[in-house]
Every structure is written in C-alpha cells, then in structure tokens.
Design a protein around this ligand. Sequence first.
Ligand code: C2O
Ligand code: CU
Length: 507
Amino acid sequence: MSPLLTRRRVIAGVAGVAGLAGTAGVVAVAANRDTPKMINLTAEAIRRAERARQRPGAATVRATLSPRPVTLDLGGVTVDTWGYTEDAPGPLIRAKAGDRLRVDVVNELPTDTSVHWHGIALRNDMDGVPGVTQDPIGAGERFTYDFIAPHPGTYFYHPHSGVQLDRALHGVLIVDDPNDAGRYDQEWIVVLDDWVDGTGRTPDDVLAALGDGTDGMHGGHDISGMDHGDGMPMDDSMEAMISPLLGGAGDVDYPHYLINGRVPAAPVTLTARPRQRVRIRLVNAASDTAFRVALGGHRLTVTHSDGFPVVPDVTDALVVGMGERVDVEVVVADGVFPLVAVAEGKMGQALAVVRTGGGSAPSAEVRPAELDRRVILTNQLRATEEVWLPQREPDRTHDLVLGGGMMPYRWTINGKTFADAEPFLAGEGERVRLRMTNQTTMFHPMHVHGHTFALRDGGPRKDTVIVTPNQTVTVDLDADNPGQWMTHCHNIYHAEAGMMINLAYQL
Ligand code: C2O
Ligand code: CU
C-alpha cells in the first residue's frame, strides 16, 4: 500500500469521527492537525468571499448527478464503467456568470465519490476534495453542492476521488457571460478523452500496475535512462512516447482515444452551414494524455484559455494538456473535414467529423497536414488587457520543484509525496508567486484549485498550465479566495502517486 493510500485511510477515519460529532460536512483537515494557524472550513472569511460573489437578479441553476455503474457504447466498443449518464461524457451544466448552482449528487456507486468544479473560483467548502474540503460521499449517500460561479468560461467537473476521472465520470460546465452574446453562429463542445475502463483493465488496475512496475507503456519506461545513455534499449512504443513539444508524453498506453465519447471508427458529426462562424470549446478530460488538435482545411483562432480571453492567435494546431480548456473560433468551409486530436507522443488519435456540405467521411486514420504546421502550447498565448493582473510585487514566492519518475512510480513536489507534504501558505489579499520547476523527463499540467493565475509578462490567465521537462513556469495569483486549495499535476496517475500539495490560507 502506498503512503498516500495509508494517509487517505487516516483522513477518512478522522472525517468519520467529525461526522458523528455532528459538525455536518466539516472535516478535520488532516494537514491542519499540527498547524492550527491555517484556515478551516468554518471560517467567516470563506462565507464573506461567497457573499461578495452575489449578484442582484442572479438565477439558481439546479442539476442532479447520479454517478453509477453504466454500460456505454463508444461506437462499436461496449464497456462497463462508471458514469453520470448512459452517454459519455456527463450532462452539460450551463449557467450565467454570477448564478448560483445547486447540484444534488446521489452516489449510486459501490464506493465513495465527490465532485470537483474544475477551474471555478468557488467557495472552498464546495470544492469537492474529500479529506480536505468535505467528507467523502459514501456509497448510497447524497451531497448538495451549492455555490456561485463568478467568472464566465468553459469548465468541467469530475470526482476528486482516486482515479475515478479516468472512467466516464466527467462533464462540461459552461458559464456564459450575460454581457456577451458571442460573435459566433454555432457552438461545438468537444471533449477529449483517453479510454481504458472496461477493456480488461480498470483505472485502478492501471494505477496498481504502475505502482508495482508491471505496466506503464509496456513495462515501464525511464527516458532519463535513455538520456544518460545507459544502454537501455528503446523500442518503438517508447520512442513514440517522446513528444517534440512535451518530452516524455504519458505513462499509460490506452486502447482508445475519444471525442465526445466515441472512437474514431464511429465518430460524432458536428454540423454547420458553410461560412458560419463556429466557437469550439475544447475540454481535455483525459487522465494521462495531451492532445494535438487540428481541423483539416482550416486554421483555428484561439480566443480563450481556461475560460479567460486571450489575444486572438491564429494557428494550425494546438496542444491541450489534461485539465486545460481552450476555446477556438473557425469560419467553416464547404464540405466534410476531420477534427483530429492526436494523442501527443503516443500511438492513436481521436476524431470527429465536421460536415457543412456534401462529401464522404474521412477515415479513422486521417492525418491532416495542419497537425505538423504551426503548433502552439497555450502558455504561448497572451492575455487580453482586461484580464491582466494589476502590476504588483509578490508578497511571497513559493518554489514547487516537480520530481519523481516511473521506477519506482512516485511523483513529488519539493521531494515529497502528498502524504508527507506540508501545505504552502498564503495570506488573504496577498500577491503570491509560484515558481514551478520540472526536474523530471515528463510534462506536468499543473492545476491550482479556486484561483486563476497569470503567466508572467502578459501571458494568459489560466488554472492549468503545462510545465515541460527542465522548464520553470512562474505564475502569479491574487489570494482572494480563502480556504485550502489543492495544487497538483492533472495527470491523474501522477496526482495519485503523490504530485499534489495544499495551498492553505493562514488565519
Ligand atoms: Cu480537475 Cu484537482 O482537479
Ligand atoms: Cu504529472
């Protein structure tokens, strides 16, 4: 058993006692036990921050999610898995900025779950992290998430419980801007995913095999070993795992890659009329795969990254990391075109068909030339002026050194796994700088809950940013949302193997 799992058991035990004591939903935060100066969930500051988000005339959007065992048809591939509906991905939830969401979660799974609202600057006690912001939602139990969604944008939701994200347990949350109707005629929501569950292995099997070194892209790889020329042979599958953009590009060899829950042999069709302007909301809900996305015959104008506007950037292709959302606009031509998402550095791709006129559908293996023209990462984008963080010197700077590797399967921040990591601190009202340095040979999409940070020197506002090998990414955030916020790699296997730390506000 990994130390993380041991720690989780401890947290669950503490939470159980707290529940019996009748402190409804308020758990003893494990990392808080020895450092009482950290904020807890009952703090008035958390309620005050939520009151400040209230808007006159805001609506309440209600939804119900019933995570449960389901059988899904991925397009000729039938899998038994866990989902929120009989269709992957989960139901779309849509609100306007400033609206209140009330989402009832009825847990019909045989185990604990939770729902995290990825990218939303919400009240801390609704953030959906068991053992940190709430008790786990036990099998057969319910929990109501109730929070205001302050900022417009493309978001998604998923459990923060083990590797459940790698099943069909995710869905898109769109927060519309009431003051901006949008300049587009059509909207397509495109969810990218890597798929293994129900094909003979569950994500829990995959995690266990990575842990004992019996799995992970054909027996585990260590590209640092190759870098050091230690004579370790490199077969084709290992070579495919090195991305010119990302370095080592994944730990898990997935049998399928999906767009909107379909394999490339049976793709979804996205329709419009020729010359219409389409907004495509790309969501990478994969657990271990970045995707290189292109639309055959078109260039894409990137307009938003993680919900926030960017200076429009025209590109042929872009790489979207796990947990990132990117909105692009395109004026569609007349005909039939492949929207391709190649599993970056892996074998395989996902496909959707764009149809505005006559023509035959592309093959599952189609590879548009745009994939190999101008390709960008989202950290190259620029924020629009309206979302710049005001110029200010940081009140504190935290270094987060990303470490670890495949053998043993252990991923760390500042040399520690989550089980042993002390939270890093912020004071309400401070400007906090994070310097994330990647000392591994893999890329890591680093995500901070409850905040949107700014990349340096006019870079984009984001909540999830790819840090490539040997790179340092420096981001600033305003500590304006008191609470305890997970900060972690959005490779769900890396997070589970330790690459996770708590950003805690001081009282
Ligand atoms: Cu989607 Cu803790 O993250
Ligand atoms: Cu990682």
